[in-house]
Design a protein around this ligand. Structure first.
Ligand SMILES: Nc1ncnc2c1ncn2[C@@H]1O[C@H](COP(=O)(O)OP(=O)(O)OP(=O)(O)O)[C@@H](O)[C@H]1O
Length: 256
């Protein structure tokens, strides 16, 4: 197991938002995290990255290998974040700086975390863009985010997340802001990267259709706890929890 969350509790403004979350991520597997709006999916991802809102009180364990992320100093956690654990957000504008070239955004990260020189970093940046299927990778390094489509920008944001060879990738609604025609391509890309790089992926989405397309394991959250977890086919075809059943019933079409 790559990352294990156990009994994670988060209190914010006197309210317990996460009430004992248990979740396990494995290398080479996509773990889908579903649940209605406000159930705590995003907060779970942010807790792993140590990016909870100011004033949050946290307890439980989040172990990466042998290390407990919740016991780390801010400095140690900073090294893990963007290094071993990376994140892709719904809106690529969140992770891409509009005023910096793609090349700069990819290489700054690597030079800092991986101590590569300019030439090595640039070569790796072009490789990363090829890996996420950006056409004309070399030229793309000199362009700015607005010169790419939404789907391409999300691919670039994924490349930035992969820059320092993470073990864990947290993707929070990575296709929600995109046109339906490009969503499937991004999901296929994430699936392929998970397989090729042996990544442990947490795919946060309210969309069970997205889940059924790529996830190996599925967990369903409600009101700050995971109510059901298991292999995708089992959870989506034969849910054990009434809440999962209700979520599936509320879908317009076929889900698995
Ligand atoms: N900055 C904040 N301060 C206080 N409460 C917050 C804050 N951000 C989120 N919350 C609360 O935390 C709970 C969990 O939110 P979270 O964003 O994790 O849910 P979610 O399942 O990801 O929902 P969505 O699908 O809408 O993103 C919600 O009740 C929300 O109102």
């Amino acid at each position: 197991m790559t990352l294990a969350i156990s009994d994670l509790k988060v209190t914010l403004g006197g309210r317990e938002i996460l009430r004992g979350v248990d979740l396990e991520l494995r290398a080479g597997q996509v773990h889908g995290l579903a649940g209605e709006s406000g159930s705590g999916k995003t907060m779970t991802g942010l807790a792993v990255l140590g990016l909870l809102p100011h004033g949050a009180r946290v307890s439980g364990r989040i172990t990466l290998g042998e290390r407990d992320l919740l016991a780390m100093t801010p400095r140690q956690l900073n090294a893990v974040r963007g290094g071993e654990v990376a994140m892709v957000f719904q809106d690529p504008a969140t992770s891409l700086h509009p005023m910096l070239t793609i090349g700069r955004q990819l290489t700054e990260h690597m030079r800092h975390h991986m101590r590569l020189d300019r030439r090595q970093a640039r070569a790796r940046a072009a490789d990363l863009l090829r890996q996420v299927r950006i056409p004309g990778a070399e030229e793309a390094l000199g362009r700015y985010p607005h010169q790419f489509s939404g789907g391409m920008r999300q691919r670039i944001a994924i490349a930035v997340a992969l820059a320092c060879s993470p073990k864990v990738l947290i993707a929070d609604e990575p296709t929600t802001a995109l046109d339906v025609t490009v969503q499937a391509g991004i999901l296929r890309l994430l699936r392929g990267l998970c397989d090729d790089l042996d990544l442990a992926v947490l795919l946060v989405t309210h969309d069970l259709g997205v889940m059924s397309a790529v996830a190996d394991e599925v967990s369903v959250m409600r009101d700050g706890v995971v109510v059901e977890t298991g292999p995708r086919a089992q959870v989506l075809r034969d849910p054990a929890h009434p809440y999962t059943r209700a979520l599936l019933d509320s879908l317009p079409g076929e889900t698995s």
